[in-house]
Design a binder for this molecule. Sequence first.
Ligand code: SF4
Length: 287
Amino acid sequence: MLKAVDVIVARHMGFCGGVKRAVEMARNTAQSSEGSVYTWGPLIHNPQVVSRLEEAGVKVAEELDELAGDAFVVSAYGVEHSVLEAAKAGGMRIVDATCPVVIRAHSLAFKLVEDGFQLIVVGDHGHPEMVTLKEVLGEKVTIVHTRDEAAAVKLRGRIAVMSQTTQSMENFRQIVGDLALRTKELKVVNTLCPAITVRQEEAEVMVEEVEALVVIGGHHSANTTRLAEIGRGRELPTYHIEVPDELDPAWFSGVRKVGVMSGASTPEWIIAEVLQKLEEIGSISHE
Ligand code: SF4
């Protein structure tokens, strides 16, 4: 039977390497621990995965005084020193699931500052990866999120620019371009994570080929939101959903081709459920 809706699924779906590693480390820690296992805030920005982890024994701490028990799992993006110190003071074993891509980006930032550069990082204010960087480098690093913020930075001496690993490629490109025109020489260090850029590049192509885009991932997941922004930026009907129940068949009325993408913290099981539901919607509208 011909389907009413043709569903095109992106090649890069599901967990990235760093998220997969962090989730496995948290689950293994819970299995091997006798006492409580905590993360600071959600381990990853996907509530369904976080709630499965809670069922497996990984609790989410929101207050420092909750940090007592057997083990503390550091999230893929790292954690503030004050939190780490509180966990250690609570007698907890530290399980460091910080993604190696984030560790590398931070090391490069430290090196640039050591080498005397004025460092500008394109990132999201308040994101753990930026908070931990600022914690170590203080005034020696300036975090900017927009072109306006970058334009307001006073440049002096040798300038280096890099990005948060999950930043939008386009935003980074624009800010680098602006800075390059304001300096005689600009050192650009590309610290965008390949697992993120590959999805953004795929989104750029997909939005040209489909009539609607479904992006699956946590509503608070920055990298998922960025994929949806690429669709909306082209004025393509774009739907950012977390779970299949959010799909509304009316969205696909008269639509022949739907693209499906996912963020880097979206589990395979949710993707499979969404595809199943889309399949049903396609068949239903055909009948
Ligand atoms: S998106 Fe990249 S930097 Fe972030 S956890 Fe995944 S692999 Fe690591």
